[in-house]
Design a protein. Structure first.
Length: 251
């Protein structure tokens, strides 16, 4: 596994690594905190990227590793597949560890995400804030999510709460509502970091459309004036049609 592939996977895991206090070994293929260890591997013969997890005993020794998730990786140069593997591994890890560090505001309540850019780009929290501004009824769901997990597990939250809203929007095909939402998606995609771009097209839009042709046509029409977003969506949908592992991630 080359360094670029590993880097793409770790980009997707960075939130859990930081929040759960994982520390890396020298080559950044094994991470440990006080309770859990995980490592990223590549089975070249079977063409799989692997996430293996082990428990750490009271004496601090790492137990026996077992495979927790695998991702088909036929082309070592295809970094998009590495990103998809990282998102899948993120979902797997979130179910294995308890995350701490819930954000609290000065009133002792769970803090809402900020719409502000991080540096020059929107991050996933800013994207979430913009979606919550459009769908304020989801603010309590966001608070419940943070209270349960102690951190923003963005793939889970967008799949569970934002995707159904986009599905409904595309089914209704109300031009006024579409013009309210899609310019926001376009702005966040164009001005977002790489993770945000992946979430906008790969999780939210592709997750909402999947194999539904009428939703696909409604989405393409809504993006008529948003060419960068439209091209990215068109390409991710082509991949969705042929990539079984990617389909499984969106289920």
């Amino acid at each position: 596994m080359n360094s670029q592939v590993l880097e793409k996977i770790l980009e997707q895991l960075s939130g859990i690594i930081e929040t759960a206090g994982f520390k890396a070994n020298e080559d950044k293929t094994e991470y440990k905190n006080e309770k859990v260890a995980f490592k990223i591997g590549h089975d070249e013969e079977k063409k799989l990227l692997l996430l293996d997890i082990a428990q750490i005993g009271e004496n601090g020794e790492v137990g026996e590793y077992s495979n927790a998730s695998s991702w088909l990786f036929e082309n070592p140069e295809e970094l998009r597949d590495a990103e998809s593997a990282g998102m899948d591994f993120f979902d797997t890890l979130k179910g294995k560890i308890g995350m701490k560090g819930t954000r609290i505001n000065k009133n002792g309540e769970i803090a809402m995400p900020s719409k502000e850019k991080s540096g020059n780009s929107f991050n996933v929290e800013a994207f979430c804030a913009k979606m919550l501004a459009i769908y304020p009824q989801l603010k309590e769901e966001y608070k419940n999510h943070i209270a349960e997990y102690g951190s923003f597990l963005y793939i889970d939250f967008f799949k569970t709460h934002i995707v159904p809203q986009i599905e409904k929007l595309l089914d209704e095909n109300n031009k006024k509502s579409l013009k309210k939402v899609f310019p926001v998606l376009d702005d966040v995609y164009v001005n977002g970091d790489r993770t945000v771009q992946n979430v906008v097209v790969g999780v939210v839009l592709c997750g909402a459309v999947k194999d539904n042709e009428s939703r696909y046509q409604a989405a393409m029409e809504a993006m008529a004036e948003h060419q960068f977003l439209k091209v990215a969506f068109f390409n991710i949908m082509k991949r969705y049609k042929t990539d079984k592992a990617f389909k499984a991630m969106l289920d």
